[in-house]
Design a protein around this ligand. Structure first.
Ligand SMILES: Cc1cc2nc3c(=O)[nH]c(=O)nc-3n(C[C@H](O)[C@H](O)[C@H](O)COP(=O)(O)OP(=O)(O)OC[C@H]3O[C@@H](n4cnc5c(N)ncnc54)[C@H](O)[C@@H]3O)c2cc1C
Length: 461
């Protein structure tokens, strides 16, 4: 039976996580008339991976950093809360020997304008199978996208376009083309490419990559102002006792809700959730990257990515550096770290990289390491990972959102949160499991129809 908005008003809904996904979901529920929605947030402030840090009376971003006009959910938020933004200086590219190039120079030297534009056209409009950047989530995508980005680019003859932006994507913390499935990277690559064509080659209109004047976290705080948020409330136990009966414990107090929405890392729920075998299997497969942000004062630095550090053999080196304010010698350094790498060793590598461009770090202001970009392998995608994950939505009165389901940007996580609430809590709610596949291989049971489907996926790959 559809949950009409009138019935919905009586449901108690718990959201676990006060990052942008949880806040957006709560806001959407309020708009639909839900009157009893509680956000549980472990930390002392809202925002999660949105984290602004005040230094000498200016906000610096230790988490989410930039957006552009294609991020319509973000620009709507900015409008709604009257938040001003400004353009970051155009990113440059640093070559192996320390030479600094504009993107225009890089394109001319490495690929030639014609080859680049043909590849870019193919990637953006030429029928290359890719999830349109406005598609929400990862369900029902072409299995060709499950291959690592490097292979995908080669099959579609778009290397000149993808290679040009690899250091930008790696710099944004999304790993390496050799390893990361195109399904993920193709969510953002077209946006970066369009921006590059507009700004780097001065073709078409563009606003450029922007930063918020008062910091991203200010928006989260404004959103939270209209919602019920319990800060310093890590959830430590969840029992799904029966229909419309979810018991949630935080700070030693247990409360009952009709629905629970997870807007936090799903693998971490396994510490306290009465997980089903399928939940356990799917959540254990999630992988993360180690992403280090260091705020420094320095000399001779600027906004740029290191072209040569976009492959796995250079893990630990600086991927990206950003100067948010051109009138201050303060820089953000971004590094992907190896599994066992020490943060102190990463700093040594950073100093070497900076010396190569005749710059130097004069002061370390602060550092933050993140478990970043939840994703799964090509193999798990081929087994239908997202079909199974999406099939869980609504089962046991439970829903899931966040970067694993949508991709690690504010735009994509927000779009997914809005879509999930609309689909499942709005007037025309789909019933849970409507599109459910039969069984996941992790269940240890086979299913003929599923095996046939997998074989057909394998044939296409
Ligand atoms: C360094 C960095 C740079 C980035 N740059 C950009 C960028 O330039 N542009 C962009 O669009 N995006 C960027 N992002 C990505 C963006 O910040 C994230 O995709 C987005 O903020 C994720 O939001 P979320 O709400 O889904 O998850 P999160 O922000 O991770 O929120 C999860 C919340 O759950 C809480 N939680 C966890 N466990 C519990 C528990 N047991 N009980 C209660 N609460 C719990 C956490 O404290 C957290 O607040 C960047 C992120 C980082 C880290």
């Amino acid at each position: 039976m559809a949950e009409t908005s009138r019935q919905g008003q009586n449901l108690r809904v718990a959201i676990i996580g006060g990052g942008i996904s949880g806040l957006t979901a709560a806001q959407q529920l309020a708009a639909l008339g839900y009157e009893d929605v509680v956000i549980f947030e472990r930390d002392a402030d809202v925002g999660g991976k949105i984290k602004s840090f005040e230094y000498e009376e200016r906000p610096y971003e230790l988490g989410a950093l930039i957006f552009n006009h294609e991020f319509t959910n973000v620009t709507q938020m900015a409008d709604r809360y009257g938040q001003q933004f400004f353009a970051v200086s155009k990113p440059l590219v640093i070559e192996r020997d320390g030479t600094v190039l504009t993107y225009k120079e890089l394109i001319r030297q490495r690929y030639g304008y014609v080859s680049f534009l043909i590849a870019a056209y193919r990637m953006l409009y030429g029928g290359t199978s890719h999830p349109h950047e406005r598609d929400v989530g990862f369900a029902n995508q072409d299995p060709c996208l499950f291959r690592p980005m490097e292979e995908f680019a080669s099959v579609h003859h778009i290397e000149a376009a993808t290679d040009c932006i690899n250091s930008f994507l790696t710099g944004c913390g999304y790993g390496y083309y050799e390893d990361i499935p195109a399904l993920y990277l193709m969510k953002l690559a077209p946006v970066i490419l369009k921006e590059l064509i507009a700004s780097g080659l001065s073709l078409g209109e563009h606003q450029g990559w922007s930063l918020f004047q008062n910091g991203w976290q200010e928006i989260c705080r404004q959103m939270a102002g209209d919602l019920v948020v319990r800060l310093r409330s890590p959830v430590t136990q969840i029992r799904r006792a029966g229909a419309n009966d979810v018991e949630i414990t935080a700070n030693g107090v247990t409360e009952r809700f009709a629905r629970v929405i997870f807007a936090m890392p799903l693998d971490e729920t396994l510490k306290f959730l009465d997980a089903t075998p399928l939940e356990r299997d799917l959540f254990q497969r999630i992988r993360y990257l180690r992403y280090l942000v260091t705020l420094v004062e320095g000399e001779g630095l600027f906004t740029a990515s290191f072209k040569d550090h976009a492959t796995m053999d250079s893990i630990g080196h600086i991927n990206f550096m950003v100067q948010p304010y051109t009138d201050r010698p303060v820089f953000q350094l971004y590094q992907l770290l190896g599994q066992n790498m020490k943060v102190a060793d990463a700093l040594t590598l950073a100093q070497q990289d900076i010396a190569k461009i005749n710059g130097k770090i004069t002061k370390i202001i602060t550092q933050k390491e993140w478990r970043y970009f939840p994703h799964v392998t090509t193999q798990d995608l081929s087994l239908g990972y997202y079909d199974f994950l999406e099939s869980l939505q609504g089962k046991n009165d439970t829903y899931y959102m966040g970067a694993l389901l949508s991709f690690e940007t504010v735009e994509q996580t927000t779009a997914y949160a809005k879509d999930l609430i609309k689909r499942n809590f709005g007037r025309l709610r789909l019933r849970a499991g409507d599109l459910a596949p039969q069984r996941y291989p992790g269940d240890g049971k086979d299913n003929q129809a599923r095996s046939e489907q997998l074989r057909s996926i394998e044939r296409r790959i």
